[in-house]
Design a protein around this ligand. Structure first.
Ligand SMILES: Cc1cc2nc3c(=O)[nH]c(=O)nc-3n(C[C@H](O)[C@H](O)[C@H](O)COP(=O)(O)OP(=O)(O)OC[C@H]3O[C@@H](n4cnc5c(N)ncnc54)[C@H](O)[C@@H]3O)c2cc1C
Length: 350
């Protein structure tokens, strides 16, 4: 297992009883980044989003290291060690500007940012996607007196396949909270005490590069990266579409490598919930292969769905199953940020 985020821990845990699992992860703690923006404004969350990996695996182990080169059956680590495995699962996710995703292992930077926010009269969030909107809601709910602006060059609020009613109800709550929404503008012209980039996720797949990029088209084309000595793995450029996978979630062109979570090039939103669903498919396929069977569980990309909180009391939800839900229901769903579920998975509930 390469990467101990939402997808990686789910696969690792599911295979712990049938395989010798090694989870390679550079951080000492799992970072529950789904609650990161709440943790910025509410210091009582700052410690809680870091959950130790120590209680998760009974048989396997977690190696605190970073994969630098991955090829069929082999994972080379930053420490110089080389691991071999019958199956390798890539689950290295994506990076996002702080504080939406946090590279460190501790709450220190969150506390520093909290202090900086306390002293700021105005805050600019650049990007009117889920992170910009959620962050604005958190700041405005915690400090209603602060001026909070969300700006985006695009004229669209919340990109994605959501019905008009979703955006209308979101817009109503944004207005009620006094968040200033400026769409179709250049954020560089807006002056505030603090500003945050709330766009630009990049997939973490450097270890597949190996400096052997065959084609590198600019602007969304695909880069074909050949892993050393192995099959061919297709990887999109930074911030692009990620690793191409088969319906069984095998890395396309590979026999024994699978991929889950944000690094996959599947045409769907990048969500922890979906990383968990990918993980279940991959774990079932590897279980079957270990028992002498075939990898016949397949995954179908999921339609867009989101529970978007706007502070502890607001938010809007959409899924094709439930339709659009408003503030009270969305806040109730997001109450607790699913922390207990992930603590349970990580064996951190005592
Ligand atoms: C602010 C915010 C709120 C969100 N809220 C929600 C939500 O409410 N619901 C939801 O479903 N989704 C939500 N998401 C999306 C969710 O966080 C991502 O989809 C999820 O993190 C993807 O999980 P993953 O396992 O693919 O990767 P990640 O969680 O990104 O984990 C990847 C792991 O791999 C490790 N890693 C990276 N490189 C290497 C390497 N070379 N070697 C070894 N390890 C490596 C990293 O340290 C990390 O631990 C939110 C995202 C943000 C930013």
């Amino acid at each position: 297992m390469v990467g101990g985020g939402y997808g990686g821990i789910t696969v690792a845990k599911a295979l712990d009883d049938v395989a010798r699992v090694t989870l390679v992860e550079p951080r000492a703690n799992f970072v529950h980044n789904v609650a990161a923006l709440r943790a910025v404004v509410d210091p009582s969350w700052a410690e809680r989003i870091f959950i130790p990996y120590g209680g998760m695996l009974v048989h396997g182990d977690v190696r605190r290291d970073r994969a630098v080169a991955v090829r069929e059956g082999t994972v080379e680590l930053a420490s110089g060690d080389v691991l071999t495995a019958d199956y390798v699962v890539l689950a290295t996710g994506s990076s996002y500007p702080f504080p939406a995703k946090i590279e460190d292992d501790g709450p220190q930077r969150l506390h520093e940012l909290h202090t900086a926010l306390l002293g700021a009269g105005s805050v600019l969030l650049i990007g009117a996607g889920p992170v910009g909107i959620e962050f604005a809601g958190e700041i405005k709910a915690a400090w209603p007196e602060k001026r909070v602006i969300v700006a985006d060059r695009s004229a669209e609020l919340m990109p994605g396949d959501f019905p008009e009613e979703f955006r209308v109800r979101l817009r109503e709550q944004i207005d009620e909270m006094g968040i200033e929404l400026r769409l179709g503008v250049d954020a560089a012209e807006i002056e505030t005490d603090l500003s945050f980039r709330c766009y630009g996720a990049e997939v973490n797949t450097d270890y597949l590069g190996g400096g052997r990029v065959d084609v590198a088209p600019h602007g969304g084309g695909r880069v074909d990266v050949a892993p050393h000595g192995g099959g061919r793995v297709d990887v999109a450029p930074h911030g692009g579409r990620g690793v191409e996978v088969t319906p069984e979630l095998r890395v396309r062109g590979s026999g024994t490598m699978f991929a889950v979570g944000d690094i996959t090039a599947l045409p769907e939103l990048k969500m922890a919930r979906l990383a968990g669903m990918h993980a279940e498919v991959v774990a079932a396929n590897i279980r079957s292969l270990l028992a002498g069977g075939t990898a016949d569980r397949t995954y179908a990309p999921q339609p867009d769905a989101i529970v978007l909180p706007l502070g502890p009391k607001g938010g809007v939800t959409f899924s094709p199953e439930v339709g659009v839900l408003g503030a009270a229901e969305s806040a109730a769903i997001k109450d607790g940020f699913y922390l207990d579920m992930y603590r349970e998975l990580l064996g951190a509930n005592g």
